[in-house]
Design a binder for this molecule. Structure first.
Ligand SMILES: NC(=O)c1ccc[n+]([C@@H]2O[C@H](COP(=O)([O-])OP(=O)(O)OC[C@H]3O[C@@H](n4cnc5c(N)ncnc54)[C@H](O)[C@@H]3O)[C@@H](O)[C@H]2O)c1
Ligand SMILES: [Zn+2]
Length: 683
């Protein structure tokens, strides 16, 4: 045994997150022990602690490293107390007398083979000919119903270990989908199907049970009389044994005739296999019951006989299981997230989708190999799962976007604009920023600078640092991609603060040209020069085309500065384009008078309430263009508080200004109209 082996007692207590984290390192013995423990929790106690998808991964791993492990063939509860009765023996007793007793099945109720991708599904389907039955894999409790020659329901039993189940006849008689008598035509029938609870019914009992499956399993075995919950159970039949059949079509026709034909099913050829899975995956959120995959069965009974059974499952059926909770949603964009160490990871930005109780809006695509193999296109629809019930994962494209336009790889580091390299590591190829140390400092600085200049309140160094580490922010354009759901994930940030941050971003989707230029963080393009350029050239398009000579022609701009600005704008081309997807840049104002001795120099303005004539940014830009100051708060040094004409309660700024005036401060309160008259007369 290797030195890393976990003590057996630990394996009994590891929680789901720990099992998930250590999945790759478990030995075969450890996998066996974990599966035995999970089986017990699931089958004997109806209280699993590992999500089914994680359990399935344990099974898949064990199958690979120890395919003949005995536990792989074990099913159902392993602790049968009393010896099982033959079905015939049991039938001598009244349902009340045999309720809960172990009964031997006439034919074993086997499990299903599982697969998780189209390749494995097709390789299964390649082994026979003819059409294929497709139906949902119900996440409930398997049940066998026995009808006698007269068509009377005489016994219902759970699957149990596959050879022996538990008698539940008394309770099955209360399930409304299970007919007490059928027109059996003088033939003994066994109907197999799934007991389950509809989600709309489960809503009434939700408080006490984690999921409808556990509730179903507990409920159907309850001994007390008048167990009202059983009346809320439902049943779908998926198989029938008795008369000779040629095909699954015949079976389903008979089930329908007997009043047991409820399950939604279809017949497809090999080419239609994946599409039928896709349909179920897509419709899953709208169903009134839980499914955990799609079951396929060979349509021809002759082919079924040829294929036969293993001790564990029939070879003529397979379950294509969803990995994690799965959903289909729109891919909105690809972000290239740069880590502190310089790895550039593609991240899928998704239309948020609810998966196992959480709203998922992003999923890492891990590396270039995965990114490229997915074949994502602009506005395509993708299947998203939570691997191990936890980590969001894009499984594949379900429908490609309207123009099937692929995503381009970045050509420079999206964070620092520096050179990038494609490097191969053990877990795949990635793009890397060539200078990560410089990059991370530059990035934090750039993000903080942008937030400050644009006045995104609440985005201080702490929040920005956390958002960078959570891969939410790499470039200033990412501010506009943030959603409250993303931010709530950050430590200690509640729903309300997250929403406040989003509101700030929403309020800054229109930026005056000078603010936009200054926010880019280009050397020598500070407030003064930004105002100068905005006044002189008016539009961003114009400014992006400027040559060094155009710039030096502007009063006050020296050669070296012109050079830095021209190069800075070119280096920021990608960022500017990205920002323009979200931001409207308001044209610059008429060239201001020289800053010294300007009309409003020495005067300061604070704005409060909603301005009707223009946004607060534009008002501030006007003041600055005229040489005035725009401090952030009301103090006794302030010259004017401008109150917007939009309606609203008196702001705290206004109250404070009134107090200061009462105490003798020279400060004046202006209406929006008075302010407009003042700046209008000065231009
Ligand atoms: N979370 C845990 O700790 C834990 C532990 C043990 C087992 N499990 C779960 O239990 C299951 C494993 O048990 P299994 O071997 O019975 O496999 P299975 O439940 O995946 O497949 C076989 C069963 O599928 C059901 N089924 C639903 N719809 C069907 C359809 N249309 N046609 C045929 N069968 C259909 C039947 O009840 C059948 O018995 C897995 O889902 C696994 O995740 C979970
Ligand atoms: Zn970089």
């Amino acid at each position: 045994m290797s030195a890393s082996t976990t003590p057996a007692s630990d394996l009994q207590t590891l929680d789901a997150a720990a099992v998930n984290a250590r999945l790759p390192s478990f030995t075969a013995d450890e996998l066996e022990a974990l599966i035995r423990r999970a089986n017990k929790e699931y089958w004997d106690h109806h209280a699993p602690t590992l999500p089914d998808t994680l359990y399935d991964q344990l099974v898949e791993r064990l199958k690979r490293v120890r395919p003949d492990a005995a536990v792989l063939d074990e099913m159902g509860p392993q602790s049968a107390e009393a010896p099982a009765m033959d079905a015939e023996e049991a039938l001598q007793l009244a349902p009340e007398q045999r309720f809960g007793a172990a009964v031997r099945h006439q034919r074993p109720m086997l499990s299903l083979e599982k697969c998780y991708n189209e390749t494995d599904l097709q390789s299964w389907a390649g082994k026979f000919s003819g059409d294929i039955l497709v139906m949902p894999k119900m996440d409930g409790v398997a049940c066998s119903l026995r009808y006698d020659k007269k068509g009377k329901l005489v016994m219902a039993a759970t699957r149990g270990s596959g050879t022996e189940g538990e008698d539940i006849t008394m309770n099955a008689l209360e399930v409304k989908d299970i007919p007490r008598t059928v027109a059996s035509d003088g033939v003994e029938l066994e109907v197999r199907g799934e007991l389950y609870m509809k989600l709309s019914d489960f809503a009434k009992f939700k408080g006490d049970f984690a999921n409808p499956r556990n509730l179903t399993a507990g409920s159907i075995k309850q001994k007390e009389r008048k167990n009202t919950r059983n009346a809320h159970l439902s049943f779908f039949a998926y198989d029938i044994i008795g008369p000779e059949f040629d095909s699954e079509r015949d079976k389903f026709e008979l089930l329908k005739k007997l009043g047991l034909g409820g399950i939604d099913h279809e017949f497809v050829d090999r080419a239609g296999l994946q599409a039928s899975y896709d349909r179920w995956a897509r419709n899953r959120p709208e169903l009134d019951y839980e499914i955990d995959g799609v079951v396929y069965r060979t349509g021809s009974v002759k082919e079924q006989r040829r294929l036969g059974l293993t001790g564990h499952h029939p070879r003529y059926a397979i379950a294509y299981k969803f990995q994690g909770d799965s959903g289909v949603t729109d891919l909105l964009d690809i972000l290239w997230s740069v880590s502190r160490t310089g790895v550039i990871t593609p991240v899928a930005l998704l239309e948020p989708v609810e998966l196992s109780g959480a709203r998922i809006g992003r999923a890492s695509l891990h590396n270039l190999n995965i990114f490229e193999s997915l074949g994502l296109t602009h506005n395509c629809r993708v299947e998203v799962t939570r691997r191990g019930g936890v980590i969001p994962n894009v499984e594949r494209v379900v429908e490609s976007g309207p123009a099937s336009r692929p995503f381009d790889l970045p050509t420079q580091c999206p964070a620092c604009g520096g050179p990038i390299e494609r490097r191969k590591k053990r877990d795949g190829e990635n793009l890397w920023c060539a200078e990560p140390k410089k990059c991370v400092q530059a990035r934090l600085g750039e993000l903080e600078h942008f937030a400050k200049v644009v006045d995104l309140q609440g985005f201080g160094p702490k929040v920005i640092g956390a958002a960078v580490d959570a891969e939410l922010l790499s470039t200033p354009a990412d501010y506009y991609r943030l959603r409250a759901v993303d931010l709530q994930e950050l430590e200690r940030l509640g729903e309300k603060s997250a929403q406040n941050l989003i509101d700030q971003i929403e309020a800054h989707r229109e930026l005056p040209l000078a603010v936009f230029l200054q926010a880019l963080g280009i050397e020598h393009l500070g407030k003064q020069n930004a105002l100068l350029l905005a006044g002189e050239f008016r539009t961003l398009e114009r400014i992006r085309e400027l040559t060094q000579a155009d710039l030096t022609a502007v009063r006050g701009i020296k050669d070296a500065i012109a050079d830095a600005i021209v190069h800075g704008l070119a280096a920021r081309a990608e960022l500017i384009d990205a920002l323009l997807e979200f931001v409207t840049v308001l044209p610059g104002e008429a060239a201001p008078a020289p800053v010294e001795g300007a009309a409003l120099s020495g005067k300061s303005f604070v704005f409060t309430g909603t301005l009707e004539a223009f946004t607060r940014e534009v008002a501030q830009a006007r003041v600055q263009a005229l040489g005035g100051e725009v401090p952030s708060g009301v103090t006794k040094a302030l010259s004017f508080l401008v109150v917007g004409a939009g309606r609203g309660a008196k702001s705290s700024k206004q109250k404070k200004a009134e107090e200061l005036i009462a105490a003798g401060a020279p400060l004046k309160i202006l209406s929006e109209e008075e302010f407009l008259a003042m700046v209008g007369s000065l231009e």
